[in-house]
Design a protein around this ligand. Structure first.
Ligand code: SAH
Length: 338
């Protein structure tokens, strides 16, 4: 097990069982979540305890396997290599006067969305809490920056890796670790409604983004198999519960696919579906994935869809395209390597 996969509480328990003083747990927690890569870097910890930690745990941060830097806007895309050789993707962006990182939650994905590159080869495995956090720590070290906000929108379905995501969130929020506020964290889900209820009850007011992509169940089932497990009405009930509990405004993501979900009638249907909710729609002209036959809407169609929503009182934006010169949509960089 990686030392960084322990919660602070588990680390305290471990320190107790090996007969060390409790305050050591806090010191070690700070080192590990500060990005050290070897126990010898813990300069205020005795040699014997460092050796004990080395023998009981692995200390490993994802390694930079490939790095692409945009000359247009400073966006950096990484392929990181995990200790077992698996590859994941992360992206660092300049955002509202700070650095934001988009991270992966699984190696591959089993949700099967028809437009998404991450799911083409299915799910290999879940990431551990520290493999998720390690993407932030490695990027910070590599770029010599402090990352101030996190979006869980890379490869994988975070709520399909629920327990590890919760540990990850607790750890990065800790004042002895990265100390990233919940309001600076966004989790994107394809809509596992039962897990949205659980998340709402965790008392962690993170921002929630829902990959909606359709105004009705029929269209949604066509694009996303998860729609067969949860109807839109079940999903939106879960969203309402989340909003009531956390008071965080929910973002609905909507990838526009020509001829499938992008007509003005569908815009009106979408508007009435979410009308009474304090919501925001983020429109993304779909990134065509070579293996699929989806076509993105052109600028005119995208703007028309946005205007239709706004006319009906729905707040809608078109996603900024960052790093256009190094572009490869979700999971596509990784697919080139496996
Ligand atoms: N599994 C999570 C998070 C990962 S995907 C989720 O489904 O939300 C992050 C976002 O990118 C999701 O909204 C997803 O639907 C969208 N996406 C995936 N492939 C895309 C593509 N080819 N073009 C545009 N958006 C895409």
């Amino acid at each position: 097990m990686n030392l960084g996969d322990l919660t602070k509480k588990q680390l305290k328990e471990y320190i107790g069982t090996i007969g060390e003083s409790a305050f050591r747990a806090k010191q070690i927690f700070k080192w590990v979540h500060g990005g050290i890569e070897n126990a010898d870097e813990m300069t205020n910890i005795s040699k014997s305890l460092r050796e004990k930690l080395e023998s009981d745990f692995e200390i490993y941060l994802p390694e930079v396997y490939k790095k692409l830097e945009s000359r247009l806007d400073g966006t950096v895309k990484y392929l990181f290599k995990l200790s077992d050789g698996n590859i994941i993707e992360s992206v660092v962006m300049d955002y509202h006067h700070g650095k934001s990182i988009c991270i992966s939650s699984q190696v591959g994905c089993r949700m099967g969305c028809s437009f998404c590159a991450s799911t083409l080869h299915g799910l290999t495995r879940n990431l551990t809490p520290f493999e998720i956090e390690g993407q932030i720590l490695r990027a910070q070290k590599d770029l010599a920056v402090k990352i101030s906000s996190v979006v869980i929108m890379g490869i994988g379905e975070p709520l399909d890796n629920y327990d590890n995501i919760i540990t990850f969130l607790k750890n990065i929020n800790d004042e002895d670790a990265l100390n990233i506020g919940y309001r600076h964290i966004t989790l994107s889900t394809c809509g596992l409604a039962d897990k949205i209820y659980s998340l709402a009850d965790e008392n962690m007011p993170i921002n929630l983004a829902i990959s909606l992509h359709a105004p009705n169940d029929e269209v949604r089932k066509n694009l996303m198999p998860v729609a067969k497990a949860y109807s839109l009405s079940e999903l939106l009930d879960a969203c309402d519960y989340y909003f009531d509990k956390t008071h965080r405004r929910i973002t609905f993501e909507y990838a526009l696919v020509k001829g499938k979900n992008a007509s003005s009638e569908e815009a009106r249907e979408l508007a009435s579906l979410i009308a009474k909710r304090n919501a925001h729609v983020n429109l993304i002209p779909v990134n065509p994935v070579t293996e699929r036959d989806n076509v993105r809407t052109d600028e005119k169609e995208t703007r028309a869809f946005q205007r239709e929503l706004e006319k009906l009182g729905i707040n809608a934006t078109i996603r900024r395209e960052l790093g256009a010169d190094i572009n490869a949509s979700c999971g596509q960089l990784r697919n080139n390597e496996i």
